[in-house]
Write a protein that binds this ligand. Structure first.
Ligand SMILES: N[C@@H](CCC(=O)N[C@@H](CS)C(=O)NCC(=O)O)C(=O)O
Length: 221
């Protein structure tokens, strides 16, 4: 049985759709794989305790176990769940799979950093001097990535083409960090893509599952 380690009792300043456990939940729902949730009581710092660090030495969320096998990093978990079920992912070793990997890395390494940094500065630290000083440059950086992504998505509905994949789970969640809608004024294809992803029933189910952690009474269920 798959266990997903998710944020229980997350701080109220965090919007639920920002928390990366949503990536694992969304992928599990897209793939139709049965799973249980282990809520980490983040209000008590459960993610920093030794028991959890045995699963994820960085103490970050999400993580996953499948029997005795443990895995962390949201990108690895999404890909594992797709591979395990043979859904939403091209066959390992194929060119199509390398293309899938490319878009997973692009989502997490190329698009996420500038968008996330802008969100941290403008949504969570907007009154801080450093944030005011850096906001303009961070916005430019984010706009550059969104503009390129927009050109890619002008020609296809999903990152790999006509078919949805785990790479869209990752990119779709990264786009949840776009807190200023004007960033998408010149990226209409990205906006439509993001809306299309958020309309998916599996995304809705993942959000509902994640909401169970809001007042999680116990660490594990
Ligand atoms: N690269 C990691 C990042 C995980 C991450 O930073 N998760 C956040 C929650 S969204 C977290 O656990 N932050 C607390 C911390 O890093 O101590 C992934 O994608 O899984």
């Amino acid at each position: 049985m798959i266990t997903l380690y998710c944020a229980g009792n997350p701080p109220s300043f965090l919007q639920p759709e920002w928390v990366r456990d949503l990536r694992a939940l969304w992928a599990a729902e897209e793939c139709g794989v049965p799973y249980r949730i282990h809520w980490l009581d983040t209000s008590k710092g459960a993610q920093r305790e030794a028991a959890y660090k045995a699963v994820n030495p960085f103490g970050a969320i999400p993580s996953m176990t499948d029997g005795a096998f443990t895995l962390f990093e949201s990108g690895a978990i999404v890909t594992y769940l797709c591979d395990k079920t043979g859904k939403n992912i091209p066959k390992a070793g194929s060119e199509a799979r390398a293309f899938y990997d490319q878009w997973c890395f692009a989502a997490l390494n190329t698009v996420e950093p500038p968008i996330f940094q802008l969100m941290i500065a403008t949504a969570l630290n907007k009154d801080a001097a450093w944030a005011k000083e850096r906001a303009g440059q961070l916005r430019e950086n984010a706009l550059g990535r969104l503009s390129t992504l927009d050109a890619v998505l002008a020609g296809r509905p999903f990152l790999l083409g006509d078919a949805f994949s785990g790479a869209d789970v990752l990119m779709g969640h990264v786009l949840n960090f776009v807190v200023d809608p004007t960033l998408l004024d010149a990226a209409a294809h990205v906006k439509r893509y993001h809306d299309r992803l958020k309309d998916r029933p599996a995304y809705e189910r993942a959000l509902s599952a994640q909401a169970g952690g809001k007042n999680a009474a116990v660490a594990a269920q």
